[in-house]
Design a protein around this ligand. Structure first.
Ligand code: 5GP
Length: 130
């Protein structure tokens, strides 16, 4: 069965898209730890990130870097952290988290709640910096 991220990539489930190319799709996390919390996902559905082909894993990091630079420019933060956990959704993904406090890098920290309008505005200000 397709993962929820495959459904998002195919447009079957809506998302606040940040960037897409032939191999990767990036979108705002629906339960963000920080404003601008973004997920980077390979279009090819692989569960465990270290099962990805070497070249895809390398390209995924370069793709994530481009977004991290845009996040740093658009969101007030100390730096953009990366996190890979993958225990909730069995589809490899990198969390990009523009954090102010180190505690925001923990998935067990409280999540923020933005309205759909706010999420659209957050995505727009990130995309301008790409
Ligand atoms: P992990 O698998 O690394 O533990 O976390 C999965 C992440 O995916 C969580 O941060 C969760 O909020 C996010 N997530 C789960 N379902 C959806 C969804 O339908 N849309 C979006 N945008 N994010 C989701």
């Amino acid at each position: 069965m397709a993962t929820i991220f495959t459904k998002i990539i195919k447009g079957e489930i809506p998302s606040f898209k940040i960037l897409e190319d032939d191999n990767f799709y990036a979108f705002l996390d629906i339960n963000p730890l920080a404003e601008g919390h973004t997920l980077v996902v390979p279009k090819n559905e692989v569960d465990y990130i270290f099962d990805l082909e070497d070249s895809i894993l390398a390209q995924m990091n370069v793709f994530a870097k481009k977004i991290a630079i845009a996040l740093k420019k658009s969101i007030e933060c100390n730096r953009v952290g990366i996190l890979v956990v993958g225990t909730e959704v069995p589809h490899a993904h990198i969390h990009l988290i523009p954090f102010k406090k180190e505690s925001q890098m923990s998935l067990s920290s409280p999540k923020l709640n933005f309205s759909a309008d706010e999420m659209v505005k957050i995505a727009e200000k990130i995309k301008i910096q790409l």
